[in-house]
Design a protein around this ligand. Structure first.
Ligand SMILES: NC(=O)c1ccc[n+]([C@@H]2O[C@H](COP(=O)([O-])OP(=O)(O)OC[C@H]3O[C@@H](n4cnc5c(N)ncnc54)[C@H](O)[C@@H]3O)[C@@H](O)[C@H]2O)c1
Ligand SMILES: [Zn+2]
Length: 377
């Protein structure tokens, strides 16, 4: 069996570093060959979403993955964490850190994150600070995690102030994306993942956007070939964008299209599932396009095309769709101040010239933003 492999190579002044992303069906039940080199005889801590357990049905991939690890090492310990953004907090992190240390890990120990973006982000962050940093592998189990969060090395947890404000850059040593694991994913979560897929088309590649638009029914119906292509293409685009900007000092910020608005919206939901990351970003992208049109950067037609595609996918597209979150312009502006892209108190947004071409807008005029939000809310 030969899975698709993308090598993420990161160039910086000090060293070159690269790691593989494996993408295919049936990977987790046939991964001994792949894992041998990474796992052999190391102490492994498997941090997994509690959706996966020995008791639960539809769990063959999880069980067979564990059996493979056991063949490769005598030391395997499991830590189970609930999925969902409520878990991305300091007390859950402390639990992971203390529990991992109780297994007497050393610097050659390996963390494996088995779950969605939440598990990947928090387990990756734990790996980055345990003993000042140990290796970790990502086994993403949601569409969002396979196309986005497992790639690129951003790890972290949320703060009460806003999203992902505490964290580090820590690249995995490998990512294994088995498409079969997505079969149990609820439709709502699948659609949330589609938002990040569409994001790549919108920021970088109009042809990719066209093809998602043309094939979305097959993708939603789980057409294996098309799903495989979409995941591959998304990871390819992300790896190209981060190649020369691993720590987001420049172009990598484009991947944040819709996220300044999205993170703020998400934090109004208190991470309790009222609104999930991909849904908040769906609204955020539509807002970014409408703001781009308002400021004269992008044609109204392009913006309408984007918004109507999200609507077709039954995703939220406006702040009016989340009235229950009691968002106001002033509260929203306060949230923007915490955005990691800001410099010297100036707000930065990612806007679009057209579909397939995003740009970084520094020094955003707060009066324009206020007027825009007043119209939107
Ligand atoms: N690090 C990054 O670069 C990056 C990028 C994008 C998003 N993120 C983060 O990722 C998080 C969102 O990730 P997510 O959408 O994967 O959320 P998640 O990890 O909470 O998973 C969503 C839900 O799906 C369940 N689940 C996971 N795998 C399943 C499966 N195979 N079958 C059935 N249910 C399954 C989980 O238990 C959870 O309830 C956010 O915190 C976001 O900030 C990080
Ligand atoms: Zn995102």
């Amino acid at each position: 069996m030969k899975p698709n492999i993308i090598n993420v190579s990161l160039n910086n002044k000090f060293n070159d570093f690269s790691y593989p992303i494996f993408i295919d069906n049936s990977l987790l039940s046939n991964c001994e060959e792949i894992l041998k080199k990474f796992v052999f005889k190391r102490k492994v801590i498997l941090i997994h979403d509690n959706f996966f357990s020995f008791e639960c049905k539809n769990n063959e991939q999880f069980i067979s993955f564990i059996e493979t690890i056991k063949k490769l090492t005598e030391s395997l310990n499991l830590i189970s964490i609930p999925g969902g953004d409520t878990s991305k907090n300091i007390s859950q992190l402390e639990y992971i850190l203390e529990k991992s240390l109780s297994f007497k890990i050393d610097r050659s120990s390996l963390i494996i994150a088995f779950g969605g973006g939440v598990i990947g982000d928090i387990a990756g962050f734990a790996a980055s600070i345990l003993l000042r940093g140990i290796d970790f592998i990502q086994i993403p189990t949601t569409l969002l995690a396979q196309v986005d969060s497992s790639v690129g090395g951003k790890t972290g947890i949320n703060s009460s102030k806003s999203k992902n404000l505490i964290g580090s850059f820590h690249q995995p040593i490998a990512v294994i994306s088995d498409i079969d694991i997505l079969k149990t994913l609820p439709k709502r979560e699948f659609l949330a993942g589609m938002v990040e897929v569409i994001k790549y088309g919108l920021i970088y590649d109009v042809k990719f956007f066209n093809s998602i638009e043309n094939n979305f029914k097959d993708i939603l119906n789980y057409d294996q070939l098309k799903l495989n292509e979409v995941i591959y293409k998304s990871c390819k685009i992300k790896s190209l964008i981060i190649k020369n900007d691993a720590k987001e000092n420049g172009k990598r910020a484009l991947l944040n299209l819709g996220h300044t608005f999205g993170h703020a919206i998400e934090s109004f939901g208190k991470y309790n599932g009222t609104i999930i990351h991909g849904e908040a970003v769906s609204i955020g992208i539509c807002l970014a396009f409408r703001l781009s049109s308002k400021m004269g950067y992008c044609s109204q037609i392009e913006t309408e095309r984007v918004v109507s595609f999200f609507k077709k996918l039954t995703l939220p597209t406006s702040l009016k769709d989340v009235k229950n979150l009691n968002i106001t312009t002033s509260k929203m502006l306060k949230k923007f101040k915490y955005d990691k892209k800001n410099k010297n108190n100036q707000l930065t947004f990612i806007l679009n010239e057209k579909i397939g071409k995003s740009f970084i807008k520094n020094n955003m005029d707060e009066n324009i933003l206020t007027e825009f939000l007043n119209d939107e809310i």
